[in-house]
Design a binder for this molecule. Structure first.
Ligand SMILES: *Cc1c(COP(=O)(O)O)cnc(C)c1O
Ligand SMILES: [Zn+2]
Length: 469
């Protein structure tokens, strides 16, 4: 775009070590112009006032009247300093909570005090996407963008629509697949006034189209290909560490869809280690749904690795070619991770390398049972989020996670995002159950809390209440 340099120390860099091309942060790119790989935002840390200890961030707690000190993203500004702090966009994101979850620990096979749930559903739009949106929006504003677009399984569009509505800085344009978006998320996008383009197809189709449209019309793209968005998503890790008194846990477990979060977490932890702000990097576990398990197939079945920046591209291309030839479409109740072509695949492979990571996949049955267990403790989440808990159970079963290790599962989205799945799980209506869940291979609602059906008769009602309470 030929703008003058926007920052003296922040730049974009191709993640391929062999290429390593760099670009000004004033450019809007979704891939390297030289080789096509993904881009990072990178910094010349030695020219920046990096904190000497993570404890320095605690001083922000006393300054909560300052919106940038209040924001769970921008109070860590010195770890994502691509824009001047005062020009950052915040709507109060990142006020999220790490909760010790002793009620779920036995379910996944961990000892008491070992399982923690990081509840990102407390964000303003109800999912972790707000962490990234605050950062992408800041970049978009820096460039003077008037319109911002995304393809979405729902939560990115809800977040974009909210940021546009609150800040009035840009017009939101969202691309969704037909019938694929959970009602809570669609409700948000529509009510917040986003231009909603519904195309016939699934997320992968919408993603391909939005890239073309954004390019032709010069619209700012906020999908997780956007490296600035991932800078914001690093902050979940900072808040987890903060909540644990800056002592890294043994494991971070996260659902994998487009693999933006896992990539951002890996970068966050790697940078903290490089800056000598943590002594040890937690291990990363990325959990796919069995019906959308590209990462798990590539890593576990085909043995694809980051391989110093040279993953086996031929094997990966073959995998996608076969998928296309067989017309295999992603299918899972966890709609937020119903993605077969994860855009951040190579970045996630790098994160797995940095964090000695593992991948597994879990069935929709396991996801919904895990979700019900999370809910019993009063921590509602949407189905995709529960994949982290189901995945932990699976990895403990496989002996990969030890019973006495400290595990943080990231609950990515709010319970009310997808009420249909929850109601269908607990329903007494067999038809509803089979319509919503049966077609996903879900056979039982192991932890259902079913309504007790009684006639409208006082004696019968009293009998029922006595019997069940
Ligand atoms: C977007 C989303 C995911 C998937 O995250 P990726 O970064 O795309 O892997 C998981 N859960 C929820 C609730 C989401 O909104
Ligand atoms: Zn490159």
């Amino acid at each position: 775009m030929g703008r003058s340099q926007l920052s003296d120390w922040a730049f974009q860099r191709c993640i391929s070590p062999r290429c390593g091309a760099t670009f000004d942060i004033g450019e809007t790119l979704s891939s390297c112009l030289r080789c096509g790989e993904l881009l990072d935002v990178d910094y010349q840390w030695d020219r920046l006032p990096v904190p000497k200890s993570l404890r320095e961030f605690e001083s922000a707690w006393a300054r909560r009247h300052d919106p940038f000190a209040f924001s769970g993203v921008w109070r860590f500004h010195s770890l994502l300093p691509f824009a001047p702090r005062e020009q950052s966009v915040t709507i109060g994101e990142g006020q999220t909570l790490l909760q010790r979850a002793d009620w779920v620990a036995p379910y996944v096979g961990l000892e008491p005090g070992r399982l923690f749930l990081q509840y990102e559903g407390m964000n303003p739009s109800g999912s972790f996407k707000d962490n990234g949106m605050a950062a992408a929006f800041t970049h978009a504003r820096l460039l003077g963008a008037q319109r911002a677009a995304c393809a979405s399984t729902g939560n990115t569009s809800a977040s974009l629509a909210l940021y546009c509505a609150v800040t009035r800085l840009m017009r939101a344009i969202i691309f969704v697949g037909s019938g694929k978006i959970a009602s809570g998320k669609l409700a948000q996008a529509l009510e917040f006034g986003a231009l909603t383009i519904q195309i016939q197809g699934d997320f992968d189709d919408a993603m391909a189209r939005v890239k073309e449209v954004a390019k032709q019309l010069g619209i700012y793209l906020v999908n997780s290909l956007n490296p600035f968005r991932l800078e914001g998503q690093k902050t979940t890790m900072y808040r987890v560490l903060e909540a644990l008194g800056w002592e890294p846990p043994d494991w971070i477990v996260v659902p994998g869809g487009n693999l933006g979060n896992s990539s951002a977490f890996g970068k966050a932890l790697w940078e903290l280690k490089q800056l000598d702000l943590i002594k040890r990097i937690p291990r990363l576990a990325v959990v796919n749904a069995s019906g959308a398990n590209t990462l798990s197939q590539l890593v576990n079945t085909l043995g694809v690795r980051w391989n110093a920046g040279e993953p086996d591209r031929h094997l990966i291309a073959e995998y996608f070619r076969a998928m296309e030839a067989e017309n295999r479409r992603a299918s899972t109740i966890a709609s937020a991770i119903e993605i077969n072509r994860p855009v951040n695949l190579t970045k996630c492979l790098r994160a797995l390398e940095w964090c000695e990571g593992v991948v597994c996949d879990v069935s929709d049955q396991d996801i919904l049972d895990a979700k019900a267990q999370v809910g019993i403790g009063g921590f509602g989440c949407e189905p995709a989020s529960a994949a982290s808990v189901a995945g932990t159970k699976e990895l403990v079963r496989q002996g990969i996670i030890g019973k006495d290790e400290r595990v943080v599962c990231v609950l990515t989205g709010h319970q009310l995002k997808d009420p249909n799945a929850t109601v269908a799980y607990h329903t007494t209506d067999k038809e509803l159950f089979s319509k919503v869940l049966g077609c996903r291979g879900v056979r039982r609602a192991t932890f259902a809390n079913r309504a007790v059906v009684v006639p409208n008769d006082l004696e019968e009602i009293i009998k029922a209440v006595r019997l069940y309470s």
